[in-house]
Design a protein around this ligand. Structure first.
Ligand code: HEC
Ligand code: HEC
Length: 213
């Protein structure tokens, strides 16, 4: 009996380890399927190093999409996001400053030393073109969006000060704005304060408009 059930139990443990929070995982042994040490590039061969990292990062496509278009709206577009922003987020997932069950676990796929090359890898890719069926931008921007441009730049295309928002998925935008407002995403105090100061209806109008840009 015990033998018959063992595969199910260990399967569940693997899933729990995959979904578990950092705290849950702390109580468990390291999951057995954490990736092996990658092959090592010849010293000085950056093209080879990039190819090795690229192969390792194929796992990201499962959710973020092999062509830069995420498989579901709750998953953000990461292709073409600002490099400094990507590096900060990966670092925040790694350290736990930004809480996300799936991305905290994903961050274990790369070492601290690979965070910046990973950010550079995705930043160099092109932001995906809008699909024909995507919602068109609202005719006029909701009041308040002008404030966002101070950091997110004109048309919210992003820059050094703040990431691109234009054309990001609606579901991800509305959820990340809510998470700042409700104190669930705590890795930027200014964004938290700003999102707390506007109503859910205003956030909804902004997310709708920004995703259509
Ligand atoms: C199982 C699905 C899944 C996989 C696989 C995955 N991600 Fe994510 N990723 C998400 C989701 C969902 C979010 C949004 C998390 C949140 O807001 O809390 C996210 C967020 C991110 C963000 C933040 C983007 C932003 O706009 O703030 C980055 C960067 C990122 N992922 C990079 C990666 C990298 C690099 C890999 C591969 C090592 C990867 N992801 C693999 C689902 C996934
Ligand atoms: C004072 C500068 C500043 C202003 C003004 C500002 N933001 Fe931000 N915003 C940031 C920074 C910096 C980040 C990245 C925070 C981090 O490290 O996670 C950010 C992140 C975000 C994110 C998360 C992006 C992602 O990919 O996860 C959203 C959504 C967002 N801002 C929406 C807005 C909206 C809407 C407005 C206007 C109402 C606005 N912001 C105004 C600086 C600003």
């Amino acid at each position: 009996m015990i033998n018959n059930h063992f595969p199910t139990v260990s399967g569940v443990l693997v899933v729990l380890a995959a979904l578990g929070t950092a705290a849950d995982r702390g109580a468990m042994a390291a999951p057995a399927h954490i990736p092996e040490v990658p092959p090592v590039a010849s010293p000085g061969n950056t093209a080879e190093a990039e190819a090795i990292l690229g192969a390792k990062l194929l796992v990201c496509n499962t959710c973020h999409g092999g062509n830069g278009v995420p498989r579901s709206g709750v998953t953000p577009i990461i292709w073409g996001l600002q490099e400094n922003y990507l590096a900060k987020q990966l670092n925040d997932f790694h350290s736990g400053d930004r809480d996300s069950d799936v991305m905290t676990w994903m961050a274990t796929f790369f070492s601290q030393a690979e965070l910046v090359p990973t950010a550079a890898y995705f930043a160099k890719k092109n932001w995906p073109a809008r699909s024909a069926g995507a919602a068109a931008a609202a005719a006029s921007p909701p009041a308040g969006v002008v404030v966002c441009q101070a950091c997110h730049q004109q048309n919210l295309v992003g820059g050094l000060a703040a990431p691109r928002l234009a054309g990001q998925t609606y579901e991800y935008l509305i959820e990340s704005m809510r998470r700042y407002a409700d104190g669930e995403r705590t890795n930027n105090p200014i964004m938290m304060a700003m999102m707390k100061s506007i109503s859910p209806a205003e956030r909804e109008a902004m997310a709708r408009y920004i995703s259509g840009l």
